[in-house]
Design a protein around this ligand. Structure first.
Ligand SMILES: Nc1ncnc2c1ncn2[C@@H]1O[C@H](COP(=O)(O)OP(=O)(O)OP(=O)(O)O)[C@@H](O)[C@H]1O
Ligand SMILES: [Mg+2]
Length: 571
């Protein structure tokens, strides 16, 4: 179906002559077949939102419907690659840049396919057709796409397959190695499962105090320069997901380039491969067209779901969802939609909900399990946490990691504040730690949270009455709060030993601080003056995170015995 352009208004293109067209359908504009998505149909006039600069498009140019919604091509060439908001490669991969998403990428790439299904098999959606080895540790699994089932009439022999040749024919339908999927539609699942394990991030303040479960959601709101990007990148580097999808959305391009250089150097802890080989980067940085930013979040989610469906734990990180919301705002103001809060469209809240709802731990159509965890940075203008994007996001996520300007100023990194952060998955994660032999995890965490809150309260009292105005045991709370902040919560992203921390060392450090606290309390009870204890040099407690290897829990325990012995001498 073909029509013609009658008006171009920034990213909005008005088209006449398309009489059979649906909302959200993809339209190819101009000779370059630039992708656009139908956003309104008003009698004969169709308005489409373009995903690329329309500067070369003129009235009278052709516009053709694709017959399907805005979609991305999914396939074995995603891992290790960098893509734009519509999943077209930007660098380091066969160059299909310039090809519109209307066309299947045609790059002559071949993959080593090993068939699993046989001709004659009855297969349903999600069944494993075959495997493709990749450069990295993640095997690519070719599945029967959603919505297709039947008898395998033929299947490719073991050996090299291309993007163009069919992998299998099922009831007369050819199944390729690549699959087209409409990015705004969640990929179907079997059932939703409760989350039963944490996504370990290697960041103590998160894993110990505000954990995220695999398949859950988290947001990182933080003012300008408080460390959102650094925290997300630490998670990319150290979390225990199989596949990582990073969406750089409206943020600085050079940051993303640096981060990727880091990733390609960093070895995977387990496999010896480069981390980049299990990472997919989607880049719509601030120097790229704002239009594709809106799509990039959904594209990223679709990619994460694609790997979830293969039975992997995927994590999607978006930096920043605020820049994505700005794109929404820009589109709605151009289309003359009546704005709601602060100029955002009325659909902002449901758009955010729809995004985070796609996360989850599931049984796949093929009967396996997989998960998508979603983590989004939020950049509230002026640090105002009541602004719409932050406020709505808080309602939809299971964990909130709020970054605090004062902590960042004091160079307390990561600047996650214990005052405005939460996790709704503490119980499930605590049970998992218990089963892993850390039966004190829940109790220690609860005590840690109490000490931090109590120390905060007492510190403001000290400002009024001075430290000497407090009884000895309250002075010990302040001491313990400081130790918790220095030895447990702070973490140096640039230190070889401290950049990440294993669960056992995390728990050991927390236990150490609590044991020191208990020891101080019994000294006070035994009549030792608070000032004597405060003068005791406990700096070693805060050095252990940097001096011992990320998994050296035994080292922490050994140090604990010496430090407690040193304290006992004060009695
Ligand atoms: N974990 C950390 N360890 C050491 N330094 C850090 C850490 N987190 C943040 N920083 C410091 O803070 C600076 C700003 O961090 P970052 O760029 O992540 O902030 P941001 O919140 O993403 O900023 P923007 O609002 O500009 O996007 C970093 O360049 C670094 O110097
Ligand atoms: Mg940033």
């Amino acid at each position: 179906m073909s029509g013609h352009v009658v008006r171009v208004n920034g990213p909005l293109v008005e088209i006449e002559g398309l009489d059979r067209v649906e909302m959200l359908e993809l339209v190819a504009i101009g000779e370059g077949r630039l992708p656009a998505e139908v956003v309104s149909i008003d009698s004969g006039l169709v308005t489409a939102q373009a995903y690329e600069s329309m500067s070369g498009v003129r009235t009278g140019d052709p516009a053709a419907t694709a017959g399907y919604a805005l979609s991305a091509w999914l396939g074995p060439d995603l891992l290790g690659g960098t893509f734009d908001g519509l999943l077209r490669p930007l660098a380091g991969r066969p160059d299909w840049l310039g090809a519109s998403t209307l066309d299947a990428p045609n790059d002559g790439h071949v993959w080593p396919f090993v068939a699993v299904a046989k001709a004659g098999d009855q297969v349903a959606s999600g069944a494993l057709l075959g495997r493709i080895a990749t450069a990295g540790p993640i095997e690519h699994r070719v599945l029967v796409p959603p919505g297709i089932s039947g008898r395998v009439e033929s299947i490719a022999a073991d050996g090299d397959v291309t993007g163009e040749s069919p992998i299998a024919v099922i009831d007369g339908r050819a199944i390729g190695v690549r699959e087209r999927w409409p990015i705004r539609v969640p990929r179907p699942i079997g059932t939703r499962l409760a989350s039963d394990a944490p996504l370990l991030t290697g960041q103590r303040v998160l894993d110990l105090f505000f954990p995220i479960a695999k398949g859950a959601t988290a947001a990182v709101p933080g003012g300008f320069g408080t460390g959102k990007t650094m925290l997300l990148q630490q998670i990319v580097k150290w979390c225990d997901a199989d596949v990582i999808v990073f969406v750089g959305c409206g943020e600085r391009g050079n940051e993303l380039a640096d981060a990727m250089a880091d990733l390609s150097e960093l070895g995977d802890r387990t496999s010896g491969h480069s981390l980049l080989e299990r990472t997919v980067v989607i880049a719509n940085t601030s120097n790229m067209p704002v239009m594709a930013r809106e799509a990039s979040i959904y594209t990223g989610m679709t990619v994460a779901e694609y790997y979830r469906d293969m039975g992997y734990d995927a994590v999607l990180l978006a930096d920043s969802t605020s820049r994505w919301a700005e794109a929404l705002r820009e589109f709605s103001s151009r289309s003359g939609e009546l704005p709601a809060e602060e100029g955002y469209p009325a659909g902002l809240s449901s758009a955010l909900a729809a995004f985070y709802e796609r996360a989850g731990r599931v049984t796949t159509l093929g009967g396996g399990t997989g998960s998508v965890s979603a983590i989004g940075a939020v950049s509230p203008a002026g640090g105002d946490m009541t602004e719409p994007v932050t406020a709505h996001t808080e309602r939809f996520v299971r964990s909130l990691w709020s970054l605090d300007r004062n902590l960042a100023y004091a160079r307390h990194y990561p600047a996650v504040t214990w005052r405005r952060s939460f996790s709704r998955d503490v119980e499930a994660v605590g049970a998992w730690h218990g089963a892993a032999g850390r039966s004190n995890w829940n109790r220690d965490r609860a005590r840690g949270v109490t000490v931090l809150a109590e120390a905060d309260r007492l510190e403001s009292v000290v400002e009024l009455v001075g430290l000497t105005g407090l009884p000895g045991n309250e002075r010990m709370v302040i001491l313990a709060g400081r130790l918790l902040r220095d030895a447990v919560l702070q973490q140096n992203a640039l230190s070889a030993n401290d950049a990440t921390c294993g669960a056992a060392k995390q728990s050991a450090l927390l236990e150490l601080v609590l044991a020191v606290y208990d020891s101080c309390l019994s000294l006070i009870a035994g009549g030792v003056p608070a000032a004597v204890i405060e003068e005791c040099d406990l700096s070693r407690v805060a050095r252990l995170r940097d001096e011992l290897r990320p998994d050296d829990a035994l080292g922490v325990a050994a140090a604990e015995r010496e430090i407690l012995a040193q304290l006992e001498q004060l009695a």
